[in-house]
Design a protein around this ligand. Structure first.
Ligand SMILES: NC(=O)c1ccc[n+]([C@@H]2O[C@H](COP(=O)([O-])OP(=O)(O)OC[C@H]3O[C@@H](n4cnc5c(N)ncnc54)[C@H](OP(=O)(O)O)[C@@H]3O)[C@@H](O)[C@H]2O)c1
Length: 245
């Protein structure tokens, strides 16, 4: 039980990679709060305080909603050890034709939402001896793909935010790291991995020759949450099967 007795919040934890991470944590003895705007219809998660895998509503774009998530979790379980800031959206399209509202949606969810979640979680993490912050980036933070301007810019911002906050918290018992998945056959990556024409192009860039699985991202998230990563801080961990791009 690598996370026995711990409590984690996973924003975007109701589906996709977030849910896979939440499940992996729960299997290791962690009580996990899966937070998103809506509960996932297919998964009946009980309210916070009533189960090892529970649901709490949050809109990560809203500072009050984010604070209510942190406070509600702390009050229900009496501690907070891990934040996974995974809530994210993507709006594809060339920058030249991108609707300003779509740009705002991506930046406010991915980048602002990560900032608000980290800012709000840290005081709770510090109450009981510190903990872990794990942000979610993407291979597209550092590789140029036409049509990804808003998403790529938001993820590049998250990587730098992660590095800066890790150093700002120096001397405090918190590590701040970032997971950067490549092409994963889950969540928002599934459509791409299952589109034969597009996928043929991308497959050639991956040393492993295949898309990643959600459990492979969850394994890396487990490493960043448990004691084995004590000396890993301000790091962006790529989980992409070896991308040559
Ligand atoms: N799948 C991939 O191949 C891949 C690759 C690289 C990086 N990533 C990153 O990994 C993370 C998870 O991606 P995914 O593929 O699992 O996506 P997904 O299946 O689309 O899930 C996204 C999650 O974010 C939540 N969310 C969206 N907007 C929100 C908001 N304003 N407030 C709170 N929650 C919100 C969604 O729930 P609601 O809509 O109900 O709020 C959902 O739980 C994202 O940050 C993504 O950028 C994914």
């Amino acid at each position: 039980m690598r996370l026995a007795g711990k409590v984690a919040i996973v924003t975007g934890g109701t589906k996709g990679l977030g849910y896979a991470i939440a499940q992996a944590y729960a299997k290791e003895g962690c009580r996990v709060v899966c937070a998103a705007r809506e509960p996932d219809e297919g998964r009946e998660l009980p309210p916070v305080g009533e189960g090892d895998l529970a649901y709490h509503p949050v809109d990560v774009r809203d500072p009050d909603s984010v604070e209510a998530l942190m406070r509600g979790t702390y009050e229900a379980y009496g501690r907070l050890d891990v934040l996974v800031a995974g809530a994210g959206v993507s709006r594809a399209g060339p920058a030249q034709g991108l609707d300003a509202a779509h740009w705002d949606d991506v930046i406010s969810t991915n980048l602002n939402g990560t900032f608000l979640s980290v800012r709000s979680a840290v005081p709770y993490l510090l109450r009981d001896g510190g903990g872990r912050v794990i942000t979610l980036s993407s291979a597209l933070a550092t590789r140029v793909a036409p049509g990804s301007s808003a998403y790529a810019a938001s993820k590049a911002g998250i990587e730098m935010l992660t590095r800066v906050v890790a150093v700002e918290l120096a001397g405090k018992p918190i590590t701040v790291n970032c997971l950067s998945p490549g092409f994963i056959d889950e969540g928002m990556g599934r459509q791409l991995a299952r589109n034969e024409t597009v996928w043929d192009y991308y497959r050639g860039k991956i040393a492993a020759g295949r898309a990643g699985r959600a459990e492979e991202v969850a394994d890396a998230a487990l490493f960043l949450a448990d004691d084995g990563s004590d000396y890993v801080n301000g790091h962006v961990l790529e989980v992409n099967g070896g991308l040559r791009w």
